[in-house]
Design a protein around this ligand. Structure first.
Ligand code: AR6
Length: 173
């Protein structure tokens, strides 16, 4: 595997990458958390394009331009709402990462940044979510030549610590 996985702490809207991933809801019409921050930074045109896409189902992904963001593209994916873990949440979350990376490959995106999908308003436990995120990205990069770089963007120290710990456990295996 020639590609790179990186973990950083910060605000995903500030990143100069080809694409950032948005943790959206199925309406694609914006909301709070990272979705709100992305729409605020991208401007009204993003909402216009999202309106035309109509919807996105849980576990799926759709792409738009980035407008006023430093990133050229935004990949909108809809994570599962946490309901205790017995409602297919793990597989739906894995599917978000897979479908986002598949779109990135189709659009020849070289660098892509992910937030911790579903771990805010949707209540998915951070450690369990980060294990799925890391395993899924690792598998995809193993099976594909692109993207070249995947960045996990952690919002706050505890998310950052969690990702670093899980990544270390993962690479020790
Ligand atoms: N940069 C990076 N990560 C961020 C940022 C940011 N600027 N802001 C928040 N996070 P959430 P969800 C982290 O709630 O759980 C919205 O209303 C945050 O700390 O944004 O998938 C949508 O419209 C957390 O770790 O998304 C949906 O209705 C992670 O991003 C719903 O929330 C995800 O938290 C989706 O909920």
């Amino acid at each position: 595997m020639m590609q790179q996985i990186e973990i950083i702490q910060g605000d995903i809207t500030q990143l100069q990458v080809d694409a950032i991933v948005n943790a959206a809801n199925s309406s694609l019409l914006g909301g709070g958390g990272v979705d709100g921050a992305i729409h605020r930074a991208a401007g009204r045109e993003l909402l216009e394009e999202c309106r035309q896409l109509r919807r996105c189902e849980t576990g799926e992904a759709k792409i738009t331009k980035g407008y006023n963001l430093p990133a050229k593209w935004v990949i909108h994916t809809v994570g599962p709402v946490w309901k205790g873990g017995n409602y297919g949440e793990d597989e739906l979350l894995a599917s978000c990462y897979r479908h986002s990376l598949t779109l990135a490959e189709q659009y020849q995106i070289k660098t892509i940044a992910f937030p911790a999908i579903s771990t805010g308003v949707y209540g998915f436990p951070m450690e369990r979510a980060s294990k799925i995120a890391i395993a899924e990205v690792h598998q995809f990069l193993h099976d594909h030549n692109s993207p070249e770089q995947v960045i996990f963007v952690c919002f706050g120290q505890s998310a950052y610590d969690c990702y670093l710990r899980v990544m270390q456990e993962f690479t020790e295996k």
